[in-house]
Design a protein around this ligand. Structure first.
Ligand SMILES: Nc1ncnc2c1ncn2[C@@H]1O[C@H](COP(=O)(O)OP(=O)(O)OP(=O)(O)O)[C@@H](O)[C@H]1O
Length: 699
């Protein structure tokens, strides 16, 4: 790094060299100090700054010549704490000569002593050529004991005057170097000098204390944080950002632009507000946000969130899309029901299929909303075009936005060449099914409303509107009217979506469907079982909080067990009406049978937690590993696949969750301890227990 060149000019090279020796240990990392005597200075020297040892010297040699209007800084000087300690307690009324080489420097020293508080003794100037004052036999000198006249019997050498704190602060500020490291150096220096700048010293101390607290806090944050000014000069960078950008402390005077460029990132992206931009830094996907700090028009903060999970999420999304395919699979004929109310609902849905209005499907999880969406699309004039089903609750907002609307090439660093079409674009002329619409953020609600109103989309990073012809079918298990009242869901979007609304009954309100559905699921699996008697009775009495999905999974479970006769005891949850022994009622995300019984007919007040096992839940903590493992064991038991750790790790990876075999071992042991799986020796590996199966319904 090129150091700044600073000329230090004093009456003699001795003095300027002494000042340079003081400055060098403090600022030598950034600056090189060159000593000059005022007589040697030509004014043509090429330097970044000129420092002059005193006001008087400056005035005496005015006009002072410098090249290219280089800035001049006049040094303010003070005593070392040690020197001040020698004189601050002198007896009042005593007389002292103040000795230096010239009259001016003596005057300066006397005013400094006075400023520091030495007001109780008489100070008499003495310099070369000054008249003798033989009745004063004591002297004070700032580092010039050889000049003290021989009639003085007692000399106090308070040492050469040192550079004051204010000058060093000034110097650092001019070159934007007042960073956290320098604040620490300054604070330590302040303790070694006697400064009259008490205010500055206290402020500095407070700043350092406050700063330390602030920096320590920011270093505990897992995101990278960098603050910088309008030119990009970094004021603060926390440990995470340093690691990420590989900047070292000694490089902290680099600009943010330089740091980004070193990582191959075009700093252009910092222009304007930066919101959830994806950038790649050393193979890591990072979500960048930058804003101005309020009240500081020139200070910006850049927050870098390391999205370790992003890749996993993308992988999951791809899997999800593959699983969903882009074609509707079901028609109204696939909806099994004996319930007159449901039959009426299907009739209405058929009518609704024939126009282009948006449809809102409301109902608890597992009631068949997606089945309805497929059927409506198949029955509509759009049936030859794509049907895209998408779960809005499965991705974080920024990914959701680019998945739905796509992005332009160069929208963010790492954006795919040629950009990427969004799902709306891919569904052109067809239908898009937006499941869990109640989970989208207010910002996305606004964007979606615009799409519905104007039938055109704006890609992320795009500038032109793209017309799309897509029918939207939205679904949620949430109580949207309540969310509208609580202002968490836009009212105008709600009304746009619910032009046509279908409320699908929970299974417990159409129990006549239970035998028909059981028959249907058994037949579909070619199972010859006859479920009647007490087990059928128990199934009819059970509340089915996970609705048809839970019923379907129960039949699936019975098919794994492989027997032809079943007892109610094989499915203990059927008879457990109150609190489930596996779950504490207050636990979040766990279904409470009593809560649903007491709730409104359409929505459980705990509806959010009702069974949903088709998609892996992505929470802030990531994919729910326990649930995924239970799903994988169930799947493996069904297909006869071995449930060894390696197999499970491979299958988990395919579903978007990366776990080591060791982690799987630990989690499986925990599942066994909870009675959810039964680990058997030998080839069969482990089996899901009835409790495990039940838990899967509830997760
Ligand atoms: N009436 C029905 N006849 C046959 N199968 C059904 C019926 N209702 C639902 N299913 C089956 O139950 C499972 C859950 O249904 P679906 O995924 O449509 O529910 P959902 O309400 O969309 O659930 P979620 O809100 O959790 O997304 C699916 O496998 C579906 O095929």
């Amino acid at each position: 790094m090129q150091r700044l060149k600073i000329a230090v000019i004093a009456g003699s090279v001795g003095t300027s060299s002494m000042l340079c020796r003081q400055l060098e240990p403090l600022l030598g990392g950034y600056m090189q100090f060159l000593p000059y005597s005022v007589h040697d200075w030509t004014g043509t020297e090429e330097v970044d700054l000129v420092m002059i040892s005193s006001h008087i010297l400056f005035i005496k040699h005015s006009p002072f010549h410098v090249k290219n209007k280089t800035d001049i800084l006049i040094i303010k000087r003070t005593l070392s704490k040690e020197g001040w300690g020698m004189i601050r307690q002198l007896s009042p009324g005593e007389k002292y000569l103040v000795v230096n080489d010239e009259r001016d420097s003596v005057v300066e020293s006397i005013s400094l002593l006075y400023e520091l508080g030495l007001r109780h003794v008489d100070l008499v100037p003495y310099y070369l050529g000054a008249p003798d004052n033989r009745n004063v036999t004591m002297a004070i000198t700032p580092g010039e004991p050889q000049l003290v006249p021989e009639y003085v019997t007692h000399t106090i050498d308070i040492g050469a005057r040192v550079v004051d704190l204010s000058t060093i602060v000034e110097l650092l500020t001019r070159f934007h170097l007042l960073n956290s490291e320098m604040r620490g150096v300054l604070n330590a220096y302040a303790k070694t000098i006697a400064t009259s700048n008490l205010g500055l010293q206290v402020t500095l101390q407070e700043l350092v204390n406050g700063k330390n607290l602030f920096e320590e806090t920011l270093n505990m944050v897992q995101d990278g944080v960098v603050t910088f000014d309008e030119r990009g000069v970094i004021a603060f960078i926390n440990d995470t950002a340093e690691d990420l950008l590989q900047s070292r402390r000694d490089a902290s005077n680099l600009s943010i632009q330089q740091l980004l460029r070193y990582q191959g990132i075009d700093p252009q992206f910092l222009q304007g507000d930066v919101k959830d931009q994806l950038i790649t830094i050393r193979d890591q996907t990072v979500i960048a946000n930058a804003t101005w700090i309020r009240g500081h028009s020139s200070v910006r903060v850049l927050i870098l969130k390391i999205a370790k999970k992003v890749e996993e999420l993308e992988l999951k999304l791809r899997t999800q899309l593959r699983q969903n395919g882009h074609a509707a699979k079901f028609t109204f004929k696939d909806i099994v029901t004996e319930s007159p109310v449901m039959k009426r609902i299907i009739g209405r849905a058929r009518k609704m299929a024939n126009n282009d209005f948006s449809i809102l499907l409301l109902g608890e999880n597992g009631t068949g909303k997606e089945l309805f969406a497929h059927s409506i699309h198949q029955y509509s004039h759009r049936s030859k075009f794509p049907f895209i089903a998408f779960n809005c609750g499965a991705l974080p907002e920024n990914l959701l936005e680019s998945e739905l609307f796509g992005y332009e090439e160069g929208a963010f660093t790492g954006a795919r060449r040629g950009g990427k079409p969004g799902l709306f674009e891919q569904a052109h002329k067809g239908t898009i099914f937006l499941d869990e619409i109640g989970d989208i953020s207010p910002a996305l609600q606004t964007r979606l409303l615009r799409v519905l109103q104007h039938k055109e989309i704006l890609k992320v990073g795009g500038t032109r509107m793209l017309p799309v012809d897509v029918r939207v079918i939205a679904a949620t298990h949430r109580d949207l009217p309540r969310m509208v009242k609580e202002v968490t869901f836009r009212e105008d979007l709600y009304y746009r979506l619910k032009v046509l609304q279908i409320d699908i009954l929970p299974l417990r309100e159409r129990k006549e469907d239970i035998p028909a559905l059981i028959r249907f699921f058994l037949e579909r699996r070619g199972l010859p079982f006859d479920l009647s008697g007490p087990i059928m009775e128990a199934m009819l009495n059970y509340e089915w909080p996970g609705n048809i999905r839970e019923l379907e999974n129960t039949i699936e479970y019975l098919s794994i067990m492989g027997d032809e006769t079943f007892e109610v005891e094989d499915l203990p949850f059927l008879t457990q009406r109150s609190a489930n022994p596996l779950s504490k009622p207050e636990e979040e995300g766990v279904f409470r049978p009593d809560a649903v019984q007491a709730a409104s007919p359409t929505f459980g007040n705990d509806g959010e937690s009702l069974g949903e096992n088709r998609l892996i839940t992505v929470s802030a903590a990531g994919i729910d590993a326990e649930r995924l493992l239970l799903e994988l064991v169930l799947g493996a038991n069904r297909t006869g696949r071995h449930t060894g750790r390696r197999n499970l790790a491979g299958m988990a990876r395919e579903r978007g969750l990366i776990m080591t075999e060791n982690e799987i071992r630990k989690r499986m042991e925990s599942l066994r301890a909870q009675g959810l799986v039964d680990i058997r020796l030998g080839r069969s590996g482990c089996m899901l227990t009835a409790e495990g199966f039940k838990r899967l319904q509830q997760l």
